[in-house]
Design a protein around this ligand. Structure first.
Ligand code: HEM
Length: 128
């Protein structure tokens, strides 16, 4: 059980890196924003985060003193879903702009996904 939780947490950190990596590397770029990574990372966060929640709830059966913060999980879930939507919109907009033109119009979407991921990190670490 502990190993399953730790392995899922590793996946959760990889998903986080997949969202924040493109954000930091491309925050001033004109093209090649890496929204494919952002989308994969956000989907990984949804899956790994849900599994972490299930494992935490299962742990509760053994230790009633522990409790899962459902409001925090709910907010994290919504923010991760918004990142998925933002990445899908960005990818479809990029398909409409030929590579020879500046694609900077979609840059704010990269900033939104980065800001939401950072918000989720802050929620995860600071809110107990
Ligand atoms: C962009 C999306 C997300 C980011 C950046 C993120 C970030 C993090 C981070 C940094 C931690 C580690 C906190 C620590 O060990 O102190 C964490 C833990 C956790 N996350 Fe997320 N998260 C995201 C989405 C989600 C979602 C969607 C869920 C649930 C559906 C979720 C559920 C959890 C749970 C249950 C833990 C606690 C693991 C433990 O017991 O230590 N996360 N998250």
């Amino acid at each position: 059980m502990e190993l399953a939780k730790n392995l899922t947490l590793v996946a959760h950190f990889i998903g986080l890196a997949m969202i924040l990596g493109p954000f930091f590397v491309n925050m001033r770029a004109h093209s090649n924003f890496g929204f494919g990574w952002v989308l994969t990372g956000a989907l990984l966060q949804l899956v790994s985060g849900t599994y972490l929640t299930v494992l935490a709830e299962m742990g509760l059966a053994n230790d009633p003193e522990e409790s899962v913060n459902h409001i925090k999980i709910g907010i994290k879930l919504i923010l991760a879903l918004v990142i998925v939507v933002v990445a899908v919109i960005a990818r479809s907009r990029l398909k409409q702009i030929p590579p020879v033109y500046s694609r900077r119009k979609v840059l704010p979407l990269l900033h939104i996904s980065g800001a939401l991921a950072l918000t989720n990190v802050a929620l995860a670490v600071l809110w107990h």
